[in-house]
Ligand binder design. Structure first.
Ligand code: FES
Length: 158
């Protein structure tokens, strides 16, 4: 089962405070929360808004604009599938749809067993081997449904 979302308010407040001195601290704060806590909880939004003297809507708008920020805890492994133009022209969308159906998730969701989160990316810089994906740190070039499934099975194996 996926982890229950847990929000560490104390650590979130510390992270926010650590970045307040930066010029344009909002994005660095969101990145730091995402990296350290694994996701940016909606519960962090009012804390950030208050610290930066912004409205909650402004913080929420930035949080939801960027694809990099997770809003829920992620699985043990992250599969990033490229949805940018070069990969799309090589059929990535149809393959990705099939892979998502196979895993029983939508974009940004985690499989029932908490193992695999699937995230869209808009160019991995691996266009020459498109369609491209990244499973944790492993690049998967010229993927098809079988190749993705194989890579997933490998990381899922006990
Ligand atoms: S367009 Fe997919 S890796 Fe660049």
């Amino acid at each position: 089962m996926p982890e229950t979302p847990v929000f560490d308010e104390g650590r979130a407040r510390q992270i926010i405070a650590e970045h307040l001195g930066l010029e344009g601290p909002l994005l660095p704060i969101l990145h730091a929360l995402n990296e350290e806590l694994g996701f940016v909880s909606d519960m962090a939004v009012p804390l950030i808004a208050e610290a930066l003297n912004l409205s909650r809507a402004e913080v929420h708008g930035v949080l939801t604009f960027y694809h990099d920020f997770r809003r829920e805890p992620c699985g043990r492994h992250i599969l990033k599938i490229c949805r940018a133009e070069a990969c799309q022209s090589l059929g990535s969308e149809a393959i990705a749809r099939a892979a998502l159906a196979e895993l029983g998730v939508s974009w940004h969701e985690t499989t029932q067993d908490g193992e695999i989160s699937v995230e869209p990316v808009y160019c991995l810089g691996l266009c020459a081997t498109g369609p491209s994906a990244l499973l944790d740190d492993l690049p998967i070039g010229r993927f098809d449904k079988e190749k993705l499934a194989e890579a997933i099975d490998e990381v899922r194996a006990p």
